[in-house]
Write a protein of this length. Structure first.
Lengths: 334, 334
């Protein structure tokens, strides 16, 4: 067994985009599990926009990562030692193991994953929180109905790419907003979105007027900023906006709200914030349905895998904000 | 019969606060009703923040007032000639009669009002769209529950003052945000709000931390801007924000959205726009309940009556934006 556990810790609170000096790479001996604990060897770390929020010292739905702590992260790993009756050595598991090579866990919040059903990284993508967020956001928060027009921002990203595909599976007209021709081509040609809007090359408002002439019934927003403001001008009556994220604002020193929010009145529309954790008691049922769609080829999960281990995390995280990744950003840990 | 009908027409589209030059006072002979029409002598004109929106040439829930048209306004009047089988001379009616002394109507959207139940101006206040907006906003959009903490902005205004009182009637803890000591005193001492926040003298966020320690379950917002941003930082989990209006933004040349809107995620909260017109089929039932509360003394309707007839409308409208009125702003037409 590797005697050393390399870890990435939060060293300073960033203002704006995280910088190398906000992180510290440390190492310590690999710990051994006590009674009712497991030792997990981490293989894949999930890199999510929400992480940027966890780095701020602000009250939110989850406590901030403290300075000096191992950076919080969802991750996949293999149980390599177990003193826990519920987990056996060799099993693959998902949990909040953090950006490190080995993690001790008491099993809370840890779920088993089956590499015979899908490759391990997919359990951070379509079969993980990513896919579940899209699933519950559209089906529970937005209460999607067949035939509706659904717009998704960050449509080539982890959650957005699944959301658009679920909209199609549910018989909706799906339009994705993404940055750049490659992403727009991918979501239409590979994922089956009906149309794409390239926010870097097009006027989003004008493009939606053309591609969603009957206006927007559901907007699944991962982006905020100008994109949200543009969609607000094109709402159908009774539209539902799911606020899943606002990546355009996460590094802003001066956050900006949607100037067109009063359009909610004319459209009798709603804007609702969501967190996937509220649906934990239904993860199994939803994952089974998502896995079925994957098996049938109706749902594509794409992961953008970065190699290099925990020391590569700081640079990998920035890819989310430069929009480099297509699909779910995953860091492998050797 | 007065042979002349004085009318106020929209002459130009304002940018920012409406100016005297945006209006034109005209007169024409009082028309006579044709078959299935009534002639109404207007006595009270409703002055509402929403009017500012009707003056913009922008698509919304209702067509803009066209340049040269009589300004749209809800009003109370008396039928003085009738060729309509549903209306008799002498009856008092409410309808979109406009800012003029006499109006012809085919009866559509016209409801009868009973001055033996409440004074005529009250039919523009607690027993009119004002009261109905507060009623349906809290009970239908927010789905208010007993024991919840309800915050109302524009709390000394027409809709806000009724909303806070309905919250109290429904067993909630009601906190009003208003500008100035007189308004704050009035809503607590006369209307029975549990507490007030004077946004002109206090830090709203700090005041809410103190006066709503269990956070805010329902926010009925008439104001937007800094007030909305402050309340967004104090949401309880599952909070519902009713977007009834945003008077702080109506004259802004550069509208501003709620920079803290991402707080909706952490709180799993919603922000929903509403228009009272969607509940037209339930006006009668709601008005009966509101009238019952008035009769029992549990609900106070206060009107701020400005005299001077249609020529006084332009200046009276501005009182809404300077915050001069307490209660429902009404213009009498002699």
């Amino acid at each position: 067994m590797n005697p050393t556990n390399h870890q990435l810790r939060l060293a300073a609170r960033p203002s704006g985009l995280p910088e190398p000096s906000d992180w510290e790479l440390t190492s310590e001996p690999v710990p051994q599990p006590h009674a009712n604990q497991i030792l997990v060897e981490v293989s894949h770390v999930s890199i999510d926009p929400a992480m940027r929020g966890w780095m701020n010292d602000l009250p939110s739905y989850i406590a901030p990562v403290q300075l000096g702590d191992v950076m919080r992260a969802g991750a996949i790993g293999r149980v390599i030692a177990s003193e826990h009756p519920g987990f056996a050595v060799g099993e693959h598991v998902f949990g909040l193991f953090g950006v490190q090579e080995f993690a001790i866990s008491d099993g809370s919040g840890v779920t088993k994953v089956d590499p015979s059903i899908a490759p391990l990284p997919t359990y951070l993508g379509a079969l993980g929180w990513t896919g579940l967020t899209a699933y519950f956001g559209l089906l529970e928060v937005a209460r999607l109905g067949a035939g509706e027009t659904v717009v998704v921002s960050g449509a080539a990203g982890a959650v957005g790419s699944v959301a658009g595909q679920i909209a199609k599976i549910k018989g909706c007209h799906a339009i994705g907003i993404a940055g750049g021709a490659a992403k727009c081509r991918w979501i239409v040609e590979e994922l089956g979105f009906d149309a794409a809007v390239d926010y870097k090359a097009e006027n989003v408002r004008a493009a939606l007027r053309e591609r969603a002439p009957d206006r927007v019934d559901v907007f699944f927003d991962n982006v905020g900023g100008d994109v949200l403001d543009a969609v607000l001008t094109r709402l159908a009556r009774g539209a539902r906006i799911v606020i899943c994220g606002g990546i355009s604002q996460y590094n802003a020193r001066q956050a900006r709200g949607p100037a067109n929010y009063l359009a909610l009145i004319a459209a009798r529309a709603s804007m609702t914030g969501m967190l996937v954790f509220d649906y934990a008691d239904r993860y199994a049922e939803a994952t089974a349905e998502l896995a079925g769609w994957l098996r049938e080829g109706r749902l594509v999960s794409r992961e953008y895998v970065v190699e290099g281990g925990v020391s590569a995390f700081p640079e990998a995280l920035l890819k989310l904000f430069t929009g480099e990744n297509i699909g779910k950003l995953v860091l492998t840990v050797p």
